[in-house]
Design a protein around this ligand. Sequence first.
Ligand code: SIN
Length: 610
Amino acid sequence: MPQSGLPDVSIPRRLSAPAPGWTTTADVIVVGSGIAGLTTALRLRRRVDRVLLVTKTVLDEGSTAWAQGGIAAVMSPEDSPAEHIHDTLVAGVGLCDVDAVHALVTEGTDAVWDLIALGADFDRGDTGKISLTREGGHHRDRILHAGGDATGREISRALIAALDRVRDDPGIEVIEHALVVDLLTDADERVCGVTLHVIGEGQVDGVGAAHARAVVLATGGLGQIYASTTNPSVATGDGMAAALRAGAVLADLEFVQFHPTVLWLGEGSRGQQPLISEAVRGEGAFLVDEAGERFMQGQHPLADLAPRDVVARTIITRMRETGTDHVYLDCRHLGAEFLEHRFPSIVSRCRELGFDPATQLLPVAPAQHYASGGVRTDLRGRSSLEGLYACGETSCTGVHGANRLASNSLLEGLVFGRRIADDLTARLGVGELPEATPAAATGEPELVGSKRRLDIQRAMTAGAGTVRSATSLAATEQALGALAELAAAEDADQQGGPQSWETTNLLHLGRALAYAAALREETRGGHVREDFPSRDDEHFLHHVHLRRSGAGVLTAEVVPVPRSNLEGLDLDGSMPVDVLDEDRADSEGAVGASPAVRHTNSVDGPEETA
Ligand code: SIN
């Protein structure tokens, strides 16, 4: 790997926090209540004696509930696992773990049927069959959706309803308003619990310690590391940052997905921005520039429905060429009636903000949307640290490679949540992962005041955002390093609080992300380098694994990917696509009007997860 002469980046072992004032114990602690955390916790319940589910705010506050477009799965006889696998591998630009993708797709269909059996109500056509649509990078209609464009909200509702049905079960405890601060490890660096801060109304309040035989991190993504993102305010990378500080391997951090069509609300708009789902393009909307020209045509056979990284890159290029900071999405031909029925939430949010998709062009620009990398796991969800698992956006299972295929993320949480629960059930059942005593906290803690959050977001957006270079990344690291030094002086006596812990998590992950991005001197997937504008399979067909060394600095390891990963993949989009001109209206999956009938033959009973 070409070396970039990067300066050392120090990462402390822990955040400054008061000593734990209370203690609780469980077999497994699941951190996070999106699709990944809830699936894991619900499946573990009754299989192990005590599951503790903790979540930072309230159960339905995370990214899952914000997912619009849907969940991808092979549901139609016209589709096949091989095709979904192929589309996923192409979107991942050669860096997917093929076995992980195979597991995702082949187990995904049954997992979705289980979710339906649990109560998730997906949209159906007139005949009662599940409606399937298409998004970028998919060559088949395989996206299930709910409430038109409120798929995540419905999945979240169904999973929380399932949890509510078992709330009285002593085998599962839920603590809301609980921010995990750090991971506890024993003398052998085995993870054996967490420190967490609870804004309690009952027995637990303030900072405490939860001890367990295993911890599952499902805290979602890190979108708030950037000035504008589609992620909710809770997406501050808490789980990833705690894992990094504890010495776990994080992989593929440089691959950040910028969603092409985020409503552009003007320069200076910060925080969570309104997403215009890719499904809108799946139903026929298209991008135009200031002059009204359709610029995606001729760029890729899938045109406006090319993989997300291709569309985002083309928009950025067009914005630069035309000296603008946004392009437009044209949905007008779809008509008010269709748009209001199919995308009720998007239409109403746009109208609230003064844009009518039925009559006006929508200004859009790319904004941060998804972290394709995260805590590196194997196919069972195990991280590099014994006792630590990661799931969903927090993890890097290898299914996304350099760029996640649209609507594969909810599926990943579902499939790998089940895998983790099954692995933990088996291991705890045979006495693996015995209880352990946390070692005393070591090293100097670090804390950045919450007033520094905007500085971090600005530095990340300017230098490690949609387009990067060696110079911009060095400037980002310099700014973040200066903030870390300043913080040490400013906040030496502080003990922290939720805002400053989150801000420090953003700082630690930002430094790691910029470090990984500087090492990858090529353009691939979500990682765009203006100083290395081409893909370079010769030197960069590999993953970058980052971890904190015992000495407290980031170390990088290059993990090669077999060249066979590229075989049979049309990574440049030169293959003719004969399905493009088909009628783009939602198709009804030929999966039978009654999922219950189909379900009987294909999946575990719903009581497995209920
Ligand atoms: C979208 O609806 O465009 C987002 C779906 C996804 O991120 O998978």
